[in-house]
Write a protein that binds this ligand. Structure first.
Ligand code: CAA
Length: 375
């Protein structure tokens, strides 16, 4: 498989770098302005076919955009990733034509922001244990329950929500629904106070006798778990790109700091060289894993193993890079408003969300065992 970028991808990557460096702001509240600018350039629907209002780019191009956006603002990165991979793709892959017509063009243009509501207080890693219920009523369903840690929860316009028709069936009882902001019975909590990614406005959403018409059920009844898993494969490649963007940001900050020290006549020592060299090599390795996963996704073969490998490697690298770069930069990196401090705080959640890195290792091991034939 060819892993270097084509001339076209290289050109797009340069454009994304320029966009991220010159257009995006890095601090403050929910990044409405960043998302508006992304929407104006078509980045809210980059891999969505033109027929549905997107740019019709491949998944690799979208991943290049996420890496660059995340290098500058990882909160904007995760919002874009969730919006596209697990909130817009559900419609593209599993929506009826009527649902696609109703939502896809507005999601792809950025007029609507999408979110993904799977996680609950008692169902994080074990997603099949979710307790939110869907009850069949005349004309549709009543949803009840609560969803936790929803990226963009208080800001999103359309949620892909997972609820069970029969909890005793485990993963086989789960159904997916399209839930629109403003529906009576849908309540979004305030943004959680987190250690990092504070602009992504993670929030709880509660559903209290929330009526959903049958026309807003996504896919078949009780097919929701497989839908969630299939979506998360793509989502995890986006989070891997976010990790790589963060790792690069920490490394670039540190290299600039070391150069300034050298210029000031302060010896940086061999240890610094070893750290920087190792991190740079690992960033290249992460890049290859991510490109391989994105190309597997583009070729429409299953990308489960590649996505999980890329997610583990790149997000563990982000945390490792931020930690080691802080060790190297000391006081030059740990001030409250220092970018390196932000990269360190932002790097933790990507190891946890879209399936913790422990879960990713289980997914990879299962895939390997499945492929290994003993006969
Ligand atoms: N693609 C399609 N289907 C899949 C699949 C995949 N990658 N993985 C599993 N499935 C299907 C299986 O084939 C099986 O279907 P059948 O019964 O029809 O054969 C069904 O799903 C159940 O599979 P498992 O028995 O493997 O399920 P499990 O209960 O053992 O769980 C798990 C597997 C991998 C641990 C899963 O629970 C998991 O991924 N957990 C992590 C949850 C997660 O990632 N949450 C992310 C929250 S969203 C978020 O973080 C977004 C954000 O805001 C940043």
């Amino acid at each position: 498989m060819e892993l270097v970028l084509s001339e076209y991808h290289q050109k797009r990557w340069e454009e994304f770098k320029l966009f991220a460096d010159s257009e995006l702001d890095r601090g403050g509240q929910f990044p409405h302005e960043n998302l508006k600018k992304a929407g104006e350039r078509g980045y809210m629907g980059l891999p969505i076919p033109q027929a549905w209002g997107g740019k019709g780019e491949d998944f690799l191009t979208y991943i290049l955009m996420l890496e660059e956006v995340s290098r500058v603002c990882a909160s904007t990165g995760v919002i874009l990733s969730v919006h596209t991979s697990v909130a817009t793709f559900p419609l593209l892959y599993f929506g009826s034509d009527e649902q696609k017509n109703r939502f896809l063009p507005d999601l792809a243009s950025g007029k609507l922001l999408g979110a993904f509501a799977l996680t609950e207080a008692g169902a994080g890693s074990d997603a099949a244990a979710l307790a939110a219920t869907a009850t069949i009523v005349a004309g549709g369903y009543l949803l009840n329950g609560s969803k936790m840690f929803i990226t963009g929860g208080g800001e999103a316009d359309l949620f892909t929500v997972f609820a069970t028709l029969d909890r005793s069936l485990g993963s086989k009882g789960i159904t997916a629904f399209l839930v629109e902001k403003g529906c009576p019975g849908l309540v979004a909590g305030p943004p959680e106070r987190k250690m990092g990614l504070n602009r992504s406005h993670t929030a709880e959403i509660r559903m209290e006798d929330l009526f959903i018409p049958a026309s807003n059920r996504l896919g078949d009844e009780k097919a929701g778990f497989n839908i969630a898993m299939a979506l998360l494969d793509g989502g995890r490649i986006g989070i891997a790109a976010q990790g790589l963007g963060l790792a690069r940001a920490a490394l670039e900050f540190t290299i600039k700091h070391l150069k300034k020290q050298e210029r000031a006549g302060i010896k940086t020592g061999q240890w610094s060289a070893f750290v920087v060299a190792d991190l740079a090599a690992k960033a290249e390795a992460a890049r290859l894993l991510i490109y391989k996963a994105a190309k597997a996704k583009d070729s429409r073969s299953s990308c489960t193993r590649e996505a999980s490998m890329a997610k583990v490697f790149a997000t563990d690298l982000a945390m490792d890079a931020a930690t080691k770069c802080l060790d190297l930069c000391h006081s030059a990196g740990c001030g409250e408003n220092n970018p390196l401090n932000r990269y360190f705080c932002d790097a933790k959640a990507p190891q946890i969300y879209e399936g913790s890195n422990q879960i990713q290792r289980i997914v990879v091991a299962r895939e390997l065992l499945r492929q290994f034939n003993l006969s």
